[in-house]
Design a binder for this molecule. Structure first.
Ligand SMILES: Nc1nc2c(ncn2[C@@H]2O[C@H](COP(=O)(O)OP(=O)(O)OP(=O)(O)O)[C@@H](O)[C@H]2O)c(=O)[nH]1
Ligand SMILES: [Mg+2]
Length: 389
């Protein structure tokens, strides 16, 4: 019982790299960890460990997403690097990536390419408000051409409402920094400074009623049932009374831990384990929600904006019509639902449509909530709730 308590020394942010295939997202991610490891504030994660990340189950969807952790002088970051374009679409639209800010990687040799523009559009749609640009491969680029690339990126960002004139654009070389070249090592430092100063601390809704979607349930012999997951909003302390939605029971939190360390108080954004008093192991499941009692009202009907994945993104090859009945992955829950396409009646792979959904059972819903649509074990769509009821 003498475990060292977790000490919150710096604010935590979630960021990630975006950009066209091969522009150097993974190389840059590796370079960031290397430069910070040399400063003594992180662990170096080499390229092949990032790019061959194991499949992780995030929010009920099997998503290929690599997290690396590092600290600057002022902040603690969890950084995601996604290996393919289809993964960006899924992770961004369902909110699984949960980015507070993004580093847009653009090759100085190629400039803006289709996925550069697409990721900027996606970022805007899912509410990523701050982008910092890394013009990568600057070691190999011609100076004048790089000037043009920078102009072009600023224009693209302005066109999507990002204030391209003020967005920091930093010329970097992930590859040369990895090789230890001092000039380019410095460029990574400059990029991190830009992220530290330009991406504001996210609003964590710490004052909202507590909510934790259950990802996993385990038993600790002699202590009881433990649920794990990321705190979506609010705070929780030992002694707090909570409701477990889905299980239809109330309990009291008798332990709070993060990464195996006890903590006084967990807050929005933290990954935690909660020990619940008097709850049987089989009474609670993934998909249930632990919340401040009476703070959530479940419903079964909602309107949403849905993107139907194209066949190239691993989606369907045939259109979706009214009456289609797939599975909806909402937070950590998995619920069947009927889709009504209204007047459109048909949605082809690649389309973005407005739909009304009637779920097979009630779950807590709210505008802005992201979800994935799955069928036969694969993701075929992603959406955001626009109206409940
Ligand atoms: N000259 C130069 N080459 C680079 C630099 N960064 C990356 N590369 C090369 O560009 C290629 C692609 O790099 P990755 O880091 O895999 O690119 P990525 O954006 O992660 O690619 P995907 O994950 O497939 O979209 C590799 O051959 C890298 O060695 C750089 O700063 N300078
Ligand atoms: Mg990559």
């Amino acid at each position: 019982m003498s475990k060292t308590a977790y000490v919150r020394t710096k604010p935590h942010l979630n960021i990630g790299t975006m950009g066209h295939v091969d522009h150097g997202k993974t190389t840059l991610t590796a370079a960031i960890t290397k430069v910070l490891a040399e400063r003594g504030s992180g662990t170096y994660v080499p390229f092949d460990r990032i790019d061959r990340a194991p499949e992780e189950a995030a929010r009920g969807i099997t998503i290929n997403i690599a997290h690396v952790e590092y600290e600057t002088d002022t902040r603690h970051y969890a950084h995601v690097d996604m290996p393919g374009h289809a993964d960006y679409i899924k992770n961004m639209v369902t909110g699984a990536a949960q980015l507070d800010g993004a580093i847009l990687v653009v090759s100085a040799l190629d400039g803006i390419m289709p996925q550069t523009a697409e990721h900027v559009l996606l970022a805007r749609q899912v509410g990523v408000d701050h982008i910092v640009v890394a013009v990568n491969k600057a070691d190999a680029g011609d100076e004048e051409l790089t000037d043009l690339v920078e102009l072009e990126v600023r224009e693209l960002l302005s066109a999507h409402g990002y204030g391209g004139d003020t967005v920091p654009v930093v010329r970097v070389s992930g590859l040369r920094a990895l090789e230890g070249d001092p000039r380019w090592t410095e460029s990574i430092g400059a990029l991190l400074d830009a992220v530290d100063t330009y991406v504001p601390l996210p609003e964590r809704y710490i004052d909202a009623p507590f909510l934790l979607p259950v990802e996993n349930v385990l038993t600790i012999t002699g202590r009881g049932t433990v649920v794990t997951g990321a705190v979506e909003r609010g705070t929780v302390r030992v002694g707090d009374r909570v409701e477990v939605l889905g299980a239809g029971l109330e309990s009291v939190v008798t332990g709070v831990e993060t990464f195996g360390k006890p903590m006084d108080e967990a807050q929005a954004g933290d990954n935690v384990a909660l020990l619940l008093r008097g709850v049987a192991r089989d009474a609670v499941r993934r998909g249930h929600l632990v919340a401040a009692p009476g703070s959530l009202a479940p419903s079964s009907r909602f309107t949403a904006q849905v993107y139907v994945l194209s066949a190239a993104e691993g989606g369907r090859t045939t259109p979706v019509t009214t009456g289609y009945r797939p599975q909806f992955y909402i937070r950590t829950a998995d619920v069947v639902g009927d889709i009504d396409l209204g007047e459109a009646a048909v949605a082809r792979p690649g389309d973005t449509v407005t739909v009304t959904v009637e779920l097979g059972r009630e779950v807590p819903l709210e505008p802005g909530l992201g979800f994935a649509i799955r069928e036969g074990g694969r993701t075929v769509g992603a959406g955001t709730v626009t109206r409940v009821g």
